[in-house]
Ligand binder design. Sequence first.
Ligand code: GRF
Length: 211
Amino acid sequence: MAEEIFRSPKKRGRIMVMISGRGSNFMKIHDAILDGRINADIALVFSNKEDAAGLQIAKKRGLETLYINPKLYAEKEEYDKEIIHEARKRNVDLICLAGYMKVLTPMFCNEFKNRIINIHPALMPSFPGLHVQQKAIDWGVRFSGATVHFVSAEVDMGPIILQAVVPVMQDDTEETLAARILVEEHKIYPESVRLFFEGKLEVRGRCVFIL
Ligand code: GRF
């Protein structure tokens, strides 16, 4: 069977950012849009948490925000269908998960195949899941880092777009390592989104080629 190839579109895109908390990666993406590095607009900042600090920041920045309470939905798929509906209404081209703490259903991932990206605070495929900075310390690895990747139904396993490496120090705590990694996240996430809307990302199988 011929290999399926996806090429990201070269256009002024529309982004939905999905957050659950602080929203520092969302802010860095928005900053890069404001200073002209990313050719896109943020159509919606979505959260599954009403008190997500990032929602307040988005409102202050004049962006549309939406919170939907997941507890109102008996099935995860119903909740995700609602979010998909909101994204479709706004003609979203790319969904940026930025500290969104709910796992997307396979239905959601397939609906937006090659159109959802995520930032993970470890060097994939090492340390999927949560508390990965602590896991890196406990494992005794010398280096960790951040990964921006396309989202597939398999959690934290989709095609890798960009990675950045940081050293792990012997006296690191989860907090100090997380802070060192976050500095790199703030560079590679906006850069990945920039490449996406420059039409420069080509996904072939599980690999991303930067054109
Ligand atoms: C980041 O460390 C990101 O890698 C992880 O969640 C955190 C979100 O931070 N997925 P913020 O909300 O972007 O500040």
